[in-house]
Design a protein around this ligand. Sequence first.
Ligand code: MLT
Length: 429
Amino acid sequence: MARWPFAVVRALRSTKFTGPYKRFVAVSSVPSIEIVVTPSDVDRVGHVGQQQFIGMFDRARWEVLAAGPGVDVFARHGVWPVVRKATFEYLAGVAAGTRLRFDVTLTHLGRTSFTLQQTVRSADDGAVVAEAECVLVCLDGSGRPGLVPGEIRAFFGSRPSVRAGAFQHVELAGLNVALDVQGDGQPVLFVHGFPLDRTVWRHLMAPLTGRRRIAPDLRGLGLSDAPDGVYSMPQYADDLVAVLDALDAERAVVCGLSMGGYIAFELIRRHPDRVAALMLINSRAEADSPAARDGRDEMIKLVQDEGTAALADLLMPKLLAPESLSALPEVADRVHTMITNAPAAGVIGALRAMKDRADSTALLETISVPTLVVAGREDQLIPVDHARAMARRIPDAQFTLIAGAGHLVPVEQPIPTSRVIAEFLDSLA
Ligand code: MLT
């Protein structure tokens, strides 16, 4: 391993989240790494430079491996982890002498790829100064994807853990809801689709600095509790209002992906004063047709008989555009794993909730908040013309088409989608 200009002081056990939301608890499954910033790491105005920070993130990743399965874990299995994608977000300046604590957690574990989230805090006051997410793909000697070593799974725990600091949970009338909250400013509430979780927003959310980005897991999905029985669009909407209440967020821009859009309509119906503006991504206003309702029953039976992995196999070709499936194997892997890991009770609950949802077409003309409709050019579940027609019925709504994406534009094309969302949010100011 290369020598680094930073003093690695010691590995620490992760601690309780000490941010402003005292009822939230952060979780980390592996020891943290502490690094002291030296004078040579900082620029003329006293802040750690970008290259140095990237180096620190890299260093912390290897230190974590060294503390666990060993830095040669990949070589032992004849694969090498290649960084496929990395995002960094700098949240505060850091001066020489600052002790930084790096929490590294696994947020996605697929067959051939895994994702690590890193949160950097000042070790003195716990303030988050930077965050990074890194998607690593294991390649064998001939450049083909190889299996992620089993020791990685064992080291981080059998289920992917969650990012320390960014992951929080809030208890709403006995229901634990997991959520990511990032940044300050105008609250923007991101509502994921079916049968996914809050992590679909991660890449898209990271660049939207200057806003308070709130991405919960809906009840029954992701890491939120999955009680039996209580699932409906009104219930999801009420849960989200309770999340906003817990965060003291009076009004939010609501961004719903597909089923998240169905829930956004319910928010407008039930809690119009909580919605400052609306973004509908790959979504529709109509209720299910009789054929679609039958399809929901078939999916419920599939999950009951064969489990969520069978549902993932069925849905994958419909969710992602063909070019995403072939060109973005780590994204396909991530979505497949997300569906496979979804609790069956929550998946079945969501299917029943969608089957019984109200028609929202009559609501469209009454929407009085600024609205953006986004569609994926290759969406097989909600055709582009359909989304465009929905946008036309909403007064003054904007419509944007994202190329190279199917039904999941936030994961297939996070960068252009994030840009479109940023422009829309800027236009509200
Ligand atoms: C979703 O992405 O949330 C679902 O495809 C919505 C649906 O099945 O109607």
